[in-house]
Design a protein around this ligand. Structure first.
Ligand SMILES: NC(=O)c1ccc[n+]([C@@H]2O[C@H](COP(=O)([O-])OP(=O)(O)OC[C@H]3O[C@@H](n4cnc5c(N)ncnc54)[C@H](OP(=O)(O)O)[C@@H]3O)[C@@H](O)[C@H]2O)c1
Length: 216
C-alpha cells in the first residue's frame, strides 16, 4: 500500500516506520522539508510536502496535534476516495478534558475538513512507544486496536495496517462512534497518568456479558 503521513513527529515515525518494515511505500509529509527528509531517511521512506504526501497515499496518516488538524488537512488537500487515518487525541494532559466536548468529534471534524476522504479513527489509545515495539504484545497477547469508520474498504485497509503491526483490529463501528473512542482514550490515559491500571477494570470476554466467572 502507498501511505502518506501528515506530520513527521513521534506517531508518524512509530507507525510509518513499522509500515515500511512491513513492505509498504511511505512518503513523509511535513511543513518542514528538513524534518520530512530526516524522518524519511531514518525509516526508509521518501519525503515531501503535506500536499505531496496526501497525493501519494492510498492511505494518509494524520499525525499532528488536534489543534492544527483541520488547518493541516485543508493545506494537504487529501484527494477524494483516499483513506484518512485520524490518530489525534483532542485532549490536553494531565487534565484530559475533551476539547471537542459538546460538538463533533475530532474524527468528524477531520471528515469535514477533508471532504471525500474516508476517515478512520485508529491508533489513538496507545503511546507511540507501544507502536514501535515488535511485536506490541505488552501482556503476551496481540494488542487490540479499536477503529471507527464508515467506508468498508477504508476500514478494511486500516485493519490490514493494524495486522501489519502484529496487532488485532477491533471493530468499533461507524464514524459516529469515534467520539466514544476519543473519550475512551482520554479516560484511559487519565487513569494511566494517575498510576491506575485501566486493564484491571475489564473482565475477560467470556464473562464480560454475565457468563460464569472461572473459580480456581
Ligand atoms: N505521542 C503519542 O504517544 C500519541 C499517542 C496516540 C495519539 N497521539 C496523537 O497523535 C498526534 C501526533 O502526535 P505526535 O506525538 O506524533 O506529535 P509530535 O511528535 O509533536 O509531532 C507533531 C507533528 O505535527 C507537526 N505540526 C505541528 N503543528 C503543525 C502545523 N501547524 N502545520 C503542520 N504541521 C504541524 C509537527 O511539525 P513541526 O515539527 O514542524 O512542529 C510534527 O511533525 C497528536 O494528535 C496526538 O494526540 C499521540
Amino acid at each position: 500500500m502507498r501511505i502518506g503521513t501528515l506530520g513527521a513527529g513521534n506517531m508518524a515515525e512509530a507507525l510509518a516506520g513499522r509500515w515500511v518494515a512491513a513492505g509498504h511505500e511511505v512518503t513523509v509529509g511535513a511543513r518542514s522539508p528538513e524534518k520530512a527528509a530526516a524522518l524519511a531517511g531514518k525509516i526508509g521512506a521518501t519525503a515531501g510536502t503535506l500536499r505531496e504526501a496526501a497525493a501519494f497515499g492510498d492511505a494518509v496518516l494524520l499525525a499532528v496535534p488536534f489543534a492544527v488538524a483541520e488547518e493541516v488537512l485543508r493545506e494537504a488537500a487529501v484527494p477524494a476516495g483516499r483513506t484518512l487515518i485520524d490518530c489525534t487525541n483532542p485532549v490536553v494532559p494531565p487534565e484530559m478534558a475533551l476539547l471537542t466536548a459538546g460538538g463533533p468529534s475530532a474524527a468528524e471534524r477531520c471528515a469535514a475538513a477533508a471532504p471525500g476522504a474516508h476517515v478512520v479513527k485508529a491508533f489513538n489509545v496507545c503511546h507511540e512507544g507501544i507502536w514501535r515495539t515488535t511485536p506490541p504484545q505488552p501482556d503476551g497477547r496481540p494488542l487490540g486496536v479499536p477503529l471507527c469508520g464508515d467506508d468498508a474498504a477504508a476500514v478494511a485497509a486500516v485493519e490490514q495496517l493494524v495486522r501489519d503491526l502484529d496487532c488485532e483490529p477491533l471493530n468499533g463501528g461507524g464514524l459516529a462512534r469515534a467520539g466514544q473512542l476519543e473519550a475512551t482514550a482520554a479516560f484511559v490515559i487519565g487513569l494511566w497518568f494517575g498510576g491506575g491500571d485501566p486493564a484491571s477494570m475489564l473482565p475477560p470476554v467470556g464473562v464480560a456479558m454475565g457468563g460464569e466467572p472461572h473459580v480456581a
